[in-house]
Design a protein around this ligand. Sequence first.
Ligand code: ADP
Ligand code: ADP
Length: 230
Amino acid sequence: AAFVTFDDVSLAYDQSGNAIEDINLSIHEGEFVAFVGPSGCGKSTFMKLCTGLHAPTTGSIQVDGEPVAGPLKISGMAFQNANLLPWRTTLDNVLLPLEIVKPYRHQFRKRRDEFVGWARKLLKTVGLEGYEDQYPWQLSGGMQQRASICRALIHQPRLLMLDEPFGALDAFTREELWCVLRDLWEAQRFTVVLVTHDLREAAFLADTVYIMSRRPGRVIERRQIELPRP
Ligand code: ADP
Ligand code: ADP
């Protein structure tokens, strides 16, 4: 069944015309989709529409059968910069959503030990066992990004939104993290929307790749990827 649906969606920020235009698509629950296009084609705008941070100028967006009205609570997000809080350890950075997001925040004090167990397990999955008590400045860029992916997933969101999550990493680390992400997704099957300008990254990770044109951002191609993967 469709999990995210865009019907004839356009968005104009101002008089200068549409930033994205005539987007029609649907994303299945558990699908991994990637949006690829040049800078300024509206990838971040698309992301903000999915998560309800912007409303479309025309058209409609549904997530899980409901029109999106206001910020979506079922999503986790990661960006080009890991944006870890410098005064918190790795473990406490990963726990953050559980302190903020319903229903966990009401249970945080009572269930803290259990939540710490979830965070440790997730950190282990991404290869950060032993770094729980380190501060962000003690971690490499790749390790910080691993932690930020854990933070995006700790509250078990149904939708994971990734905006150029590996853009700041060297090529070697980037490809390592592709595998980390792919393993997490294969184990848990959340829905992923990845925005990137790296076509190789999109083809390696996603089931479906949408290619966006330059402004106004339109979907000019939708490609199903069926390559055998390592
Ligand atoms: P991308 O993420 O692909 O680089 P964006 O979604 O950030 O693209 O931007 C798409 C277009 O919309 C660009 O031309 C950008 O300058 C414009 N834009 C983005 N955000 C705003 C905003 N808040 N106000 C006005 N124009 C914006
Ligand atoms: P990216 O291309 O990585 O999305 P940008 O530097 O284009 O990042 O945009 C950073 C922020 O500024 C985004 O939140 C975007 O919505 C906003 N923005 C981009 N272009 C404009 C603009 N022309 N006017 C106002 N805000 C903008």
